[in-house]
Design a protein around this ligand. Structure first.
Ligand code: GLY
Length: 365
């Protein structure tokens, strides 16, 4: 049985039988319409056969392929896709199905939101990160002029279909990367869920449907309250101010760079430290959070230079023409947006963030 989470104007189906739901949905809303499926080389091989074999309406769908990777979240990829839609006579009633992780979802959502002033799109996320975060929430976009997500829209999908089946196609590191966002959702919004989550010793035997279901529920609730990210939605950026800077630093300096979720996991440690110093977040709870992250994210002992990471935080914000505003926690599920701790404290937090992976932590230093 699928769970259905209702967003303001669309539904998010989660479960093992979501493909049955997808078929029903397509029959009800898109019979006789042209259907396009956007894939990358990975989902073309590992995921597309699975759905086109099961859903007869998709047998004749036109498959559009883009190359995987953040660098292809570009205007030239969109141009190519708009051209292919045009060449295949896609019209206002056509549907684009985005089958992939965050990059496919972001590009496909943007291409659909802009082609002929907007055609319908459905997201079928295939990574844990996209399942619990990117696929639901209506953000889409591309990188432009060296800036991440510089051009894009807030456009809601017609529906989202999440199947844990696709997790089998992922490497363990990829799963962990998505798990960081699961942890984040509990920390910012659900103390009870955090208590439950922190009993988890290993991700090997996890009931993913339950975990994804709750995580999407939290994200959806926040997005529904503040779709255009004027205030409450900003809480979803917990761990991301330090995390994004670490991610950029790692791409520049490390042969095997941190994945997004790994950087966010380390960023959450830094931002829990800031929360303790700036908002009196309880130190015993901080220890619990840090040791949980430490347990699930191992081998992240890469060296960092806190001064350079601090510079990256400032330059990111300058590019975004905004202040360095952190989301910090007063307690579990009690986030405060627009927090401005001093640079000195932020530098300490950056230095602190990797310490748990090197030694035992002294929170009272
Ligand atoms: N990934 C954060 C958001 O959707 O707002």
């Amino acid at each position: 049985m699928s769970t259905i989470i209702r967003s303001s104007s669309y539904e998010i189906f989660i479960g093992n039988d979501t493909f049955i739901q997808l078929e029903k949905f397509l029959l009800k809303h898109y019979s006789g319409r042209k259907i396009f499926i956007l894939v990358d080389e990975n989902t073309n091989e590992k995921c597309l056969p699975f759905i086109s074999e099961r859903i007869s309406m998709l047998k004749d769908a036109v498959v559009l392929q883009m190359e995987s990777g953040e660098k292809n979240k570009s205007l030239s990829t969109c141009e190519e896709l708009w051209k292919q839609l045009t060449d295949h006579h896609a019209d206002r009633k056509s549907l684009l199905i985005n089958l992939g992780g965050g990059v496919v979802g972001d590009v496909g959502g943007f291409v659909a939101a802009t082609y002929m002033r907007g055609i319908d799109f459905i997201n079928i996320p295939t990574t844990l990160l996209a399942m619990v975060d990117a696929s639901a929430g209506g953000k889409n976009g591309i990188n432009f002029s060296g800036l991440k997500n510089q051009v894009g829209t807030f456009t809601k999908p017609a529906a989202v279909f999440i199947s844990p089946f696709f997790l089998k196609t992922l490497a363990e590191r990829e799963i962990k990367s998505g798990f960081a966002e699961v942890i984040k959702h509990a920390l910012i919004a659900d103390a009870e869920k955090w208590e439950e989550l922190r009993q988890l010793n290993s991700l090997a035997d996890v009931n993913w449907i339950k975990i994804i279901d709750h995580s999407v529920y939290i994200k959806n609730k926040i997005v529904n309250a503040d779709f255009r990210e004027r205030n409450k939605r900003k809480s979803l950026n917990f761990g991301h101010t330090i995390g994004h800077a670490l991610e950029s630093y790692s791409v520049k300096h490390h042969a095997d760079p941190l994945k997004h979720g790994e950087a966010v996991a380390i960023g959450m440690i830094g931002e829990i430290y800031l929360s303790m110093k700036h908002l009196d977040f309880p130190s015993n709870t901080a220890e619990e959070v840090i040791s949980f992250i430490q347990k699930h994210f191992v081998n992240m002992v890469a060296e960092i230079n806190p001064d350079e990471v601090l510079e990256l935080i400032h330059s990111d914000k300058k590019k975004e023409q905004s202040e360095v505003n952190f989301v910090l926690l007063k307690n579990i599920a009690d986030p405060f947006i627009n927090q401005n701790p001093s640079d000195e404290l932020v530098k300490q937090a950056i230095g602190f963030s990797l310490q748990p992976f090197k030694s035992s932590v002294d929170l009272h230093q």
